[in-house]
Unconditional design. Structure first.
Length: 326
């Protein structure tokens, strides 16, 4: 997502986002020299802040952004940052947002401990300020994200993912954090459980549509929104929705041949053969239709709320996710 495109979504909460950034920077600090050094490095990375933006937009759609909202946004961003640090260790990644990753500079042991620190610091902020409802939401999210990652690893080993399991994985790994953002945003300004449930579901559907689209771009784009090279999921033996659907339509012999390709070390020629296979069986079209279904459900939920710039920004974000090309 380019900065120019992102600007349209943050316009309604640009002042609140500045306030969040100040709060986030202060809460990240530590008296331990090494921790403070790594914190400063993380703050230099200038992420897109999509998740705190979702918290702030959700809150402002329903009311006035307040201290609870900012604490919730900080809690979510700390969790997200912790998972990125841990993911880089798991994936043995050398870069993050164009800079060397924490594990590349300080090695795995320090990176794991730094991720633990960020998660603990976020939880501490919630406890110190009696934000126990936020804590319930966020601990469930950590559980879901961990289960989703482990389920994906299990399916990679067996190479037997199906659509139901795929949706479970992306719901837990990706959509759970989107849902947490919109839930916490709503909770910071209202106690109406029906409204909170609406925003939770909105975030869930948004996150599922986001991940399906990202997986589609791994087949047809020059790179995905996460900066992964095309075909990266296949190289990692991940069966995502386009190929899951194609495999379901094909004859057994063809399925066996494609799975044998995936099991091996994939060359560009192999990738092209798999891409042709997915196209032949309309895997991309099917996945796009499924992403559209979840996006439509998300928009239906949010559309019934009072018109505002914040609400329109949330709807525009859903539409952008569907239409992006990289």
């Amino acid at each position: 997502m380019k900065d120019k495109e992102l600007k349209n979504f943050i316009e309604p909460i640009k002042e609140e986002l500045k306030e969040f950034q100040k709060f986030f920077s202060v809460q990240m600090r530590s008296r331990v020299g090494l921790v403070e050094l790594i914190v400063r490095y993380i703050l230099r990375q200038k992420g897109k802040r999509i998740r705190p933006t979702l918290v702030l937009l959700s809150a402002k759609t329903l009311g006035v952004v307040n201290e609870h909202t900012y604490r919730g946004a900080v809690l979510v961003e700390m969790l997200h940052t912790a998972t990125l640090v841990h993911d880089d260790v798991v994936d043995n990644s050398d870069t993050r947002r164009g800079l060397p990753s924490i594990n590349a500079i300080w090695k795995n042991r320090i990176a794991v401990l730094m991720g633990d620190y960020l998660l603990a610091r976020g939880l501490q902020i919630a406890v110190d300020n009696n934000e126990f409802e936020f804590l319930k939401v966020i601990t469930n999210t950590v559980k879901r994200m961990s289960e989703g990652e482990l389920l994906q690893i299990q399916k990679i080993r067996k190479l037997n993912n199906d659509e139901e399991t795929y949706l479970k994985i992306i719901s837990d790994k990706t959509a759970s954090l989107f849902s947490t953002c919109t839930t916490i945003g709503a909770m910071s300004v209202t106690t109406d459980q029906n409204i909170i449930n609406d925003f939770r579901q909105f975030g869930e559907f948004l996150g599922i549509a986001f991940q399906i689209k990202d997986d589609i771009l791994d087949f047809e784009g020059s790179s995905s929104i996460m900066g992964k090279p095309t075909g990266n999921d296949l190289r990692e033996k991940k069966l995502t929705l386009p190929i899951i659907y194609a495999l379901k339509q094909a004859e057994k012999n063809e399925v066996k041949n494609i799975k044998n390709l995936i099991k091996g070390k994939l060359s560009n020629k192999d990738l092209n053969s798999i891409f042709d296979f997915v196209t032949k069986y309309n895997g991309i079209d099917y996945a796009n239709n499924r992403a559209n279904e979840y996006a439509t459900r998300a928009i239906e939920i949010i559309s019934k709320y009072h018109d505002s710039e914040s609400k329109n920004a949330l709807i525009d974000l859903v539409k952008f996710i569907l239409n992006r090309k990289n």
